[in-house]
Design a protein around this ligand. Sequence first.
Ligand SMILES: Cc1cc2nc3c(=O)[nH]c(=O)nc-3n(C[C@H](O)[C@H](O)[C@H](O)COP(=O)(O)O)c2cc1C
Length: 268
Amino acid sequence: MRTGTGPIGFVRSLLQILGGKPQVPPSLEANQALALILKRRSVRHFASTEIPDEVLAAILEAGRLAPSTVNLQTWSFALFTPATWHATFGRHLPFGGARAIVVMADTHRVRLALDAFPHSPLVEHTIAVMNASLAAMNMNIAAEALGVSSVMLSETGRTGLLDAGYLVEKLCLPGGVLPLMTFILGYPRGPHPPMPPKLPQDQICFEGRYREPAAGLMGGWLAQMKAGYKASHPFSSFDAQLRVYGKKIVQAEATLWAMVSDGRGPES
Ligand SMILES: Cc1cc2nc3c(=O)[nH]c(=O)nc-3n(C[C@H](O)[C@H](O)[C@H](O)COP(=O)(O)O)c2cc1C
């Protein structure tokens, strides 16, 4: 991958993005479950069609049956329709989604029966987060299988990890429950988004010892990320967006630490 600068580099990066596609051995191309997983994209435009209750129930069942450390099931899901979202947060559900699920890491519930592990960052912020994230991904794939598209949000609309303090207040979460992401669901509107720049398999896998990426690989990826962002947000830039995220992360970290020291936080 070559790093490009200027208009030519911009166009080259866009063409590289558009040329990206899943690499599947021809003998496995007909596998529908695999094709579904590889076709999944984060979708940010939804039709006004409602999601039937039984479809949502099937998606939640995929979350409920996800794998977890010692089968501790350290997750909770807060469910919203556009109306309940508006009533709770005073704004529209992001991207015109039909439903939202706030996915939380939750060690509160399991500790009512089994308080075996320390109240430590590794348990509260790694093990619990990992399990809840796997549940979210199971729901994501189940949704795709049912024709429902989605996007996970950590920031947009003040309802993800970066606004955990706000969500703890709004959803009256007890200590040990940490909101991670808002999963927005809906039937897609408009064309399927192109695959964003994904690193090649031979650069992220290694056998034996860790291998540094090939020269120019990460620069090329960054150029594509910037070009892709510019193409979809002509009046902003990837760098500007990163600055916003950086500030929000600093604020979120401060809020979480304040909550922990007040005894209200995820480790209390
Ligand atoms: C935990 C998590 C948080 C995310 N937060 C946001 C977000 O706040 N806003 C957004 O537009 N996309 C968000 N995304 C979607 C990513 O931008 C998207 O997954 C990534 O660009 C790769 O695109 P793909 O999902 O189509 O493969 C998030 C994804 C994950 C997994």
